[in-house]
Design a protein around this ligand. Structure first.
Ligand code: NAD
Ligand code: IPM
Ligand code: MN
Length: 369
């Protein structure tokens, strides 16, 4: 899917650190990226730009056209986080999605496949609501559809209807949208344990009926050896919190995938532990444009205090090295360094410790060498 080892020329990474803790955790992630790239002879060229509220304050829009163009031409995009109280309640034409530079990036770059790996990290079980025996070894991936569904469906808006104010959102999926995300998840599951859980609400939603039908047909046609199961979203959440080890790959629509992944962060011990990668369609040669970002948001409650956990951003860089730059060896080194830092109890506040974000980054750097 990514690029092969040893390709010539610089790898262009567009960095959009964004708002709140976005710049803090991105700074940590870039230190790790630059450290590894320098030693591994990887020629990484970074370009920084504004996105989200920071961009709105400067330019009056949440993402500029120029930035979108730069993202389209980059080898990879590293995103921090966006949003915060200064912008969350702004009334913008087009509604909440129009307030999100990230949503524009995802939609306009067609980054439809959002991969959110979740694992129970050694030494963090006590921070979770689980008893260790229930989660040790949990290792699953949520594949979230990222460019469709209720996030972008029309009609939408708030207007007067029959004498009262009414809000409308539309959940809509086409067969091809479902097919491409289901196929992406199936390819991933077939490289792992071969179990794909497809999530929907086919008992109440038409989109769920189609989701189930299309996923089943694609599996029967292209992945006969794969085990495909269908779970209603509510039941899936219940099973995620009672028996997370039973899952391998989960595929869900945009909204269910969003909810499932924050919930699954409880397995990892903190939202600060969950990375993600969002992929566009395969281009010639099989490469995909990809955006890497932590699952968490801008955490305004802790921003600017150097206490945010940078691990989700750092693990997002690991995903970038693995998939976009064809260096799984460097990705494993980051994961191993994180494991050893956790074992040494260098923990930020969300993990029950007192280390600052910078101290955690330093500890990871030290564990890498
Ligand atoms: P959030 O993920 O920002 O924070 C939820 C909780 O988790 C907070 O208590 C926060 O302190 C904690 N947390 C999150 N990341 C952490 C980290 N790395 N280290 C330590 N603690 C961490 O979600 P929210 O509070 O619902 O949203 C805040 C803002 O972020 C909103 O504007 C929202 O729209 C936005 N948001 C952006 C993204 C994104 O950019 N991808 C994702 C989610 C939310
Ligand atoms: C996420 C976030 C976003 C989403 C927001 C910031 C638009 O919660 O990336 O998980 O809902 O997709
Ligand atoms: Mn979310």
């Amino acid at each position: 899917m990514g690029e092969s080892k040893g390709e010539a020329g610089p790898r262009h990474v567009l960095v959009l650190a964004g708002d709140g803790i976005g710049p803090e955790v991105t700074q940590g992630a870039l230190r790790i990226l630059e450290h590894l790239a320098e030693r591994a002879g990887l020629n990484i060229h970074l370009t920084h730009d504004l996105a989200g509220g920071a961009c709105y304050d400067r330019h009056g829009e949440f993402l500029r056209d120029d930035t979108l163009e730069a993202a389209r031409n980059a080898h990879a995009i590293l995103f921090g986080a966006e949003g915060g109280p200064a912008w969350d309640d702004l009334e913008i034409e087009g509604g909440p999605t129009a307030r999100s530079g990230l949503s524009r990036l995802r939609k306009e770059l067609d980054l439809y496949a959002n991969v959110r790996p979740v694992r129970a990290w050694p030494g963090l079980a006590h921070l979770t609501p689980f008893v260790p025996e229930r989660i040790e070894g949990a290792d699953l991936i949520i594949v979230r559809e990222l460019t469709g569904g209720v996030y972008f469906g029309e009609p939408r808006g708030i207007a007067t209807h029959r004498g009262e104010t009414r809000a409308v959102d539309t959940q809509v999926y086409t067969e091809s949208e479902i097919e491409r995300i289901a196929s992406f998840a199936m390819a991933l599951a077939s490289r792992r344990q071969g179990l794909l859980t497809s999530v929907d609400k086919a008992n109440v939603m038409e989109t769920g009926v189609l989701w189930r039908r299309v996923a089943s047909a694609a599996a029967a046609r292209d992945y006969p050896d794969l085990t495909l199961e269908h779970l209603y979203a509510d039941n899936c959440l219940f099973q995620l919190v009672t028996n997370p080890r039973r899952f391998d790959v989960i595929v869900a629509d945009n909204l269910f995938g969003d909810l499932l992944s924050d919930c699954a962060a409880a397995i990892a011990g903190s939202l600060g532990m969950l990375p993600s990668a969002s992929f566009g369609p395969a281009k010639a040669g099989g490469k995909r444009l990809a955006l890497y970002e932590p699952v968490h948001g801008s955490a305004p409650d802790i921003a600017g205090r150097n206490i945010a956990n940078p691990m989700a951003a750092i693990l997002s860089v690991a995903m970038m090295l693995d998939t976009s730059f064809g260096r799984p060896d460097l990705a494993r080194r980051i994961e191993n360094a994180i494991e050893s830092v956790l074992r040494e109890n260098v923990l930020t506040r969300d993990l029950g410790g007192t280390a600052s974000g910078d101290e955690m980054t330093e500890a990871i750097l030290a564990a890498l060498t």
